[in-house]
Design a protein around this ligand. Sequence first.
Ligand SMILES: C[S@@+](CC[C@H](N)C(=O)[O-])C[C@H]1O[C@@H](n2cnc3c(N)ncnc32)[C@H](O)[C@@H]1O
Length: 254
Amino acid sequence: MDVSRGTAGTWVERWERQQRRYAVDREERFTVISDVVEHVCAGRDRPLLLDLGCGPGSLSARLAHRLPGAEIVAVDMDPVLLGLGRSHHANAARYVEAKIGADGWVEALELRRDPDVVVSTTALHYLSAPALLRTYRVLAALLRPGGALVNGDHFPPDEQSCAELTVRVGRLRAERAGDHGHEDWESWWREAAADPELADLFERRERSRPSPDEDGNRDLSVRHHTELLLRAGFHHVTPVWQVGDSGVLVALKD
Ligand SMILES: C[S@@+](CC[C@H](N)C(=O)[O-])C[C@H]1O[C@@H](n2cnc3c(N)ncnc32)[C@H](O)[C@@H]1O
């Protein structure tokens, strides 16, 4: 059964607040990603964008607003979040259920042309480092020449002695913005699971068990990601924005 727009709206709004707790300056990060996408897609009438780990379509919705001509394919492995996105941000993207990195995940997207830009927010750190390298290789091959990968995520510094500092700066920024007191991840999932209108989606979630890789890469710094991206076949990599550990890393393909 599809989720009503009203119910989906409630849970997506709560998702947005909950995620601000974890992604420092999340809205500005979305805006910076959109700035990069707009730049890479300049002069293209109908760019194709791919949103990895889209959740309920938060980034796709912002991109659809900023680039109304874009075609967006949004992929996630979680049926609950996809169900909310399909209802609340129905027109933003075509939503696909697949596990990034698993066999056949690219074919599941049913792309009819090469994407101009692949984007992602707060999602790729769920992949283990080997799965991340494999995924970067797939993306470097998939993108059109001149295309880009734009990843907003947690990027801690290389040096342990600096880690406390970036965490502290991020925390203070979140506190000043009033984001630190928002509902947390566990509460959101517990309460969403108790909503009768989401029961079918949670049943599907239980059946598909969309468990992320156990050893995600939360500790990988910008330098580490850069090494993997260059090994995978991207030609130029640069951070374009960072507050605390929250950053945007761009990889360009010649
Ligand atoms: C913290 S949420 C972020 C969602 C959204 N991008 C946002 O910024 O609000 C991380 C998302 O990544 C998805 N995810 C994690 N690993 C994945 C994988 N291997 N394949 C597909 N989705 C994955 C999760 O299901 C979840 O929706």
